[in-house]
Write a protein that binds this ligand. Structure first.
Ligand code: ZN
Length: 234
């Protein structure tokens, strides 16, 4: 499909057929030295990895896999009961050194390019904001990208992510079991509890990622569920 937002195509052989309609978008960083290295990796049939799009730090959008095909970006994943995240999602990689090669803020031009692309995808497939997630949200045991410096608040300004909730109620749970239930209900795989807590913190309270359940994160997850049930945060 023609898309005026796409600057160029670098087709990857790494894709298959979707088994589900598109209902999610998953955001990643490449954790590679540069965009060319990331493209090379995602076009190498040996690696078995790809994404639909790569966005360079200068804001160039490169399409690797057509959206109607199943790209291989999420790996073993889970979100809101769905294990085949690749079949249900559009995957967008951001050229970035990641935590391994020097973690830093995302380039403004890159985020400026992401916003209209994501807006078009969300509109086309009617993707709920609660299903616009980071790789760490869908694979908390294995992944930490795009990480605590990803500007979710900026996406939220455009209605492309749920904003960090304003806490209006006190700590609603008195035990960790209730917190994990709430976390699972929101969407997370809680198989590894500590990793799930870290992933939740990375997305919703990035200033302190310690894997510990505390009153503030209990209040945040409760508010998120409440907002979603009221329909104010689909
Ligand atoms: Zn990733």
């Amino acid at each position: 499909m023609k898309d005026d937002l796409v600057h160029r195509e670098t087709p990857s052989p790494n894709f298959g057929e979707r088994k589900l309609p598109i209902s999610m978008a998953v955001l990643h960083y490449t954790e590679m030295a540069d965009a060319d290295a990331a493209l090379q990796r995602m076009c190498d049939p040996q690696t078995q990895v790809s994404a639909h799009y790569l966005i360079t730090q200068k804001g160039e959008i490169i399409r690797l896999v057509p959206e109607e095909k199943r790209a291989w970006h999420a790996g073993a994943s889970y979100w809101r009961g769905q294990k085949d995240v690749n079949s249900a999602s559009v995957g967008i990689e951001l050229d970035h050194p990641g935590h391994a090669l020097g973690y830093r803020a995302f380039a403004p031009a890159q985020i400026e390019a992401l916003v209209p692309l994501l807006a078009r995808i969300v509109k086309q497939y009617d993707i709920p904001r609660a299903n616009i997630v980071g790789h760490s949200d869908v694979a908390p045991g294995r992944k930490i990208d795009p990480g605590e410096l990803f500007p979710w608040d900026r996406l939220a300004q455009y209605g492309l992510a749920i904003p960090r909730p304003k806490i209006t109620l006190g700590d609603p749970f008195d035990n960790d079991g209730a917190f994990y239930l709430a976390l699972e209900r929101f969407g997370y795989d809680i198989t590894d509890g500590r990793k799930a807590v870290e992933a939740f913190q990375r997305r919703w309270r990035p200033e302190c990622i310690d894997g510990q359940i505390d009153g503030q994160i209990r209040a945040i997850v409760f508010q998120l569920l409440l907002d979603r049930d009221r329909g104010s945060a689909r």
